[in-house]
Structure formats: structure tokens, C-alpha cells
Design a protein around this ligand. Structure first.
Ligand code: SF4
Ligand code: FES
Length: 250
């Protein structure tokens, strides 16, 4: 199929950017979205032009690196699908596709479609370590954990840190990401020891990085390729309130 691509090109974070139109010819419906961009880049290299910069690593939906807003939707039109797992059969011959980077002030554009997501790394670092020694796998498995808690912790741990939740949010809020990271530790006994310190530090760091607040629109949940739910934000808010009250009473 033949497509028209409108791609955001931006030299670096201190210059402005603009959409540039490219024709993608003979695109196989079996190509992934990133493979289609690879082909465009091969053509650009062949013409002596600068290739389009975009982020990727695993191309298996597990690393969280791929980050494109496709026709206004982070990760494109399919629910629970990362950009690298999106295939060209999702589009029709003759379509025009608009491709942009994540847009949030806490994620400045580095070049073209690549943004700086190190704010997420600093939030994770601020959470610190779990001090309880869990021993080897048999010891960890010997600790009884209610099935419901284990399932919820596992679901929260599925967050790949891609940042689509921020890109989808009109407030540029990172609360779905932060609450997933807080939840997956807090739901397990080994992670409860540092609950208060972790939630206070991570929320402080999230605010310091310039992310906005949650106003319960739910666009983060809708855009999340790992189907992280808003329940995690409610859990984080409860943990935060408890930690603030505890610190005032002690
Ligand atoms: S919560 Fe979902 S959208 Fe946000 S970083 Fe994690 S996986 Fe990506
Ligand atoms: S490239 Fe790793 S999740 Fe898409």
C-alpha cells in the first residue's frame, strides 16, 4: 500500500520543529510501524538526507522505548499495543499518517521523535531500595501472599515506563506511571517496610520534574499499552495521605 507520512522533524531541543511530508510506497501490511520507518530511513540515507530519529530497543513490547504519537494517539490506534507491535495492516492504502513525539514539558524533545524521559529514571531512583532480604526463590515463594494481592502487584509491575500515559494526559501527569511503580512494591509484604518513605519521595520527585496533576480524565489508562488501571492512582493517593499524616504525628 502507499501512504503519506507527516513526520515531526526537529533538529534539537533548542530549535523549533515542523512537519515534513514523505511518501511511503509499496508498504507491506505485515511490516511493523517501526520497520516501515526503517524503510523510509534507508531511502533518506540513499538520497543523502538525514534519517528520522526515533526511539526503540526490544521491538517486542517489553522495554518501553518506542514512543510515537500516531494520528494523535500515543502508540497508535490499537488498545494495549506498543508502537513496535503495531502493524501496517492497521492502516488503509492511501492513508495519511501523522507522526509526532510525546509532547509534555517534562519530556523535552531531543531530536525529531525522540524525547528525554530521564525524569522517569530520577523518580524511580528517588524511591530507593527494598531493604528486606527476600532470600532465594524458594524463600520468596514460601511467604504467603493473598492471590488477589499477588495479581494486583503483578499487573502493576507490567508497567514498562514508556510514558504514553503522560503523553495522553492533558495535564502531562505521570501519576499512572508513578502509582504503578509504588503499587507493585506496596502490595507485597517485602515492599511495605519503606511504603511511607517511598511514596513521599517519589511524589516529591514527580512534582519537581514538572509533571501535572491527575484530574481523573482517564486518558492515561486508555493509552497505556500494558493496561495499567486508575486503581493504582487511588492506591497511591491513599498511601500518600497516610504517609503525610504519619509524618505529622511522629
Ligand atoms: S503506566 Fe502504562 S503508559 Fe504509563 S509508563 Fe507505564 S506502561 Fe507506559
Ligand atoms: S521497542 Fe521495546 S517496547 Fe517497543
Amino acid at each position: 500500500m502507499n501512504l503519506t507520512l507527516r513526520v515531526w522533524r526537529q533538529k534539537n531541543s533548542s530549535t523549533g520543529g515542523q512537519f515534513v511530508t514523505y511518501k511511503a510506497k509499496d508498504v507491506s501490511p505485515d511490516m511493523s510501524f517501526l520497520e516501515m520507518l526503517d524503510v523510509i530511513n534507508e531511502e533518506l540515507i540513499g538520497r543523502g538526507e538525514e534519517q528520522i530519529a526515533f526511539d526503540h530497543d526490544c521491538r517486542e513490547g517489553i522495554c518501553g522505548m518506542c514512543s510515537l504519537v500516531i494520528n494523535g494517539i500515543p502508540h497508535g490506534p490499537h488498545k494495549a499495543t506498543t508502537t513496535c507491535q503495531l502493524h501496517m495492516r492497521s492502516f488503509k492504502d492511501g492513508d495519511t499518517i501523522t507522526i509526532e513525539p510525546w509532547r509534555a514539558s517534562a519530556f523535552p524533545v531531543i531530536k525529531d521523535l525522540v524525547v528525554d524521559r530521564t525524569a522517569f529514571d530520577r523518580i524511580i531512583q528517588s524511591g530507593g531500595y527494598v531493604s528486606v532480604s527476600t532470600g532465594g526463590a524458594p524463600d520468596g515463594n514460601a511467604i504467603p501472599i493473598p492471590k488477589d494481592d499477588a495479581d494486583k502487584a503483578f499487573d502493576a509491575a507490567a508497567c514498562i515506563g514508556c510514558g504514553a500515559c503522560v503523553a495522553a494526559c492533558k495535564n502531562g501527569s505521570a501519576m499512572l506511571f508513578v502509582s504503578a511503580k509504588i503499587s507493585h512494591l506496596s502490595l507485597l509484604p517485602q515492599g511495605k517496610v519503606e511504603d511511607a518513605r517511598r511514596v513521599l519521595n517519589m511524589v516529591d520527585q514527580m512534582d519537581a520534574e514538572g509533571f501535572g496533576n491527575c484530574t481523573n480524565i482517564g486518558s492515561c489508562e486508555a493509552a497505556c499499552p500494558k493496561e495499567i488501571t486508575l486503581d493504582n492512582i487511588a492506591r497511591m493517593n491513599r498511601l500518600y495521605l497516610k504517609a503525610v499524616l504519619q509524618s505529622k504525628l511522629s
